[in-house]
Structures are given as C-alpha cells and as structure tokens.
Design a protein. Structure first.
Length: 67
C-alpha cells in the first residue's frame, strides 16, 4: 500500500492509485489493469498536447532564434 502521508485512498495521486491494483488475497500486481489505467490516464494529456502542439513548437523555435 502507499506509504507516507496519504492514508485515504480517495486522496491518492494517480500513480499511487494505479499502483494499488492488486489481485485479491494473493497480493500480486495485476499488470493488465495497471497498464490499462496508465493508458487511460495518458489520454487527456495526449489530447491537450495535440490541441496546443503548434504553440508549443512555436515557443521552442522562438526561444532558439538569436538576433
């Protein structure tokens, strides 16, 4: 389980919540659920990047120009 300050499952950060996917009483990680949760958690970030990628790359190239 999560060590440290977070003791309430409702307040876990996303990586800690994904880490808690454990199979019943065996206590072994369920990798397929962890991978599915990881992919689903990346989708909003990917959408935001695709929407703002033009500004992102414009900022990088503007910062690289010396004049």
């Amino acid at each position: 389980m999560a060590a440290g300050y977070l003791k309430i499952a409702r307040k876990f950060t996303l990586p800690i919540a994904i880490r808690t996917f454990i199979a019943g009483t065996i206590g072994r990680p369920v990798y397929n659920l962890q991978m599915a949760a990881s992919v689903v958690s990346i989708i909003p970030l990917l959408i935001i990047f695709l929407i703002f990628q033009r500004r992102y790359f414009e900022g990088i190239t503007a910062g690289a120009i010396r004049g």
